[in-house]
Write a protein that binds this ligand. Structure first.
Ligand SMILES: [Zn+2]
Length: 221
């Protein structure tokens, strides 16, 4: 199950960035394993970006209901494991609630993989010169690798607003996320994106191999 968003990503990346990247990964993984891929869900909770051009945000209660219906539908078909390959941070609260509902009974397991932060940790450390953000160096490099035709680096700007608190305000969206941006995409290259995406692929293949043996991806300290 691939969950994305239709959301402004600066002026240099496509609105579907958060759907394009995990969809690409899911299809690559499906070609290397016996895993099946569901159609991607192209909208998500993009409340933070609601004022930016091109963004369409889905209400949380609608998303929770939709996600849990898809999850329950998968389990009704007899599957035991469902990997959610999530491309968008705003979806995490809804995915978590939906997964709790869908796995309440039976031997059902939902594994939420927030691919942009859970995977390829060492590749990210190796190649990234600036901190992760939104439409920043990491994400821009990844889209340059997967869909270079959809990136316009000439429009890339750098913005970083720092606070130690969580500030929520519909009226301050522009102030918190200037140009729907957080980070510095100007250091992005397709080579960096390739390394990150390939390591993410390897980790996902390993996860599926583990699940095929009936093992959860857990290590004990
Ligand atoms: Zn994104």
């Amino acid at each position: 199950m691939v969950t994305g968003a239709l959301e402004a990503h600066g002026l240099h990346l496509p609105l579907s960035t958060d759907t394009i990247l995990p969809t690409y990964l899911a299809e690559r993984i499906a070609s290397k394993t016996r895993a099946l891929v569901l159609p991607s869900i192209p909208f998500g909770d993009s409340w933070n970006f609601d004022n930016f051009e091109g963004t369409i945000s889905i209400a949380p209660e609608a998303l929770i209901g939709f996600y849990s219906s898809v999850m329950t539908g998968v389990f009704k078909q007899g599957f035991r494991y469902l990997i959610v390959l999530n491309g968008h941070g705003g979806n995490i609260p809804e995915l978590t609630i939906a997964a709790k509902t869908a796995t309440e009974t039976g031997q059902r397991v939902v594994i939420i993989v927030n691919w942009y932060k859970d995977l390829a940790e060492s590749a990210r450390k190796l190649v990234e010169e600036t901190p992760m953000g939104h439409a920043a160096e990491d994400e821009t490099s990844e889209v340059m690798h997967v869909r270079p035709d959809l990136v316009d680096l000439s429009k890339a700007e750098s913005h970083r607003v720092v606070t130690k608190f969580t500030i929520i305000s519909g009226m301050s969206r522009e102030e918190l996320l200037p140009s729907a941006m957080y980070g510095d995409p100007r250091k992005a290259t397709p080579e960096k994106g390739k390394l990150i995406v390939e390591q993410a692929e390897e980790e996902l293949v390993r996860l599926i191999q583990q699940l095929e043996k009936g093992e959860l991806p857990i290590t004990r300290d």
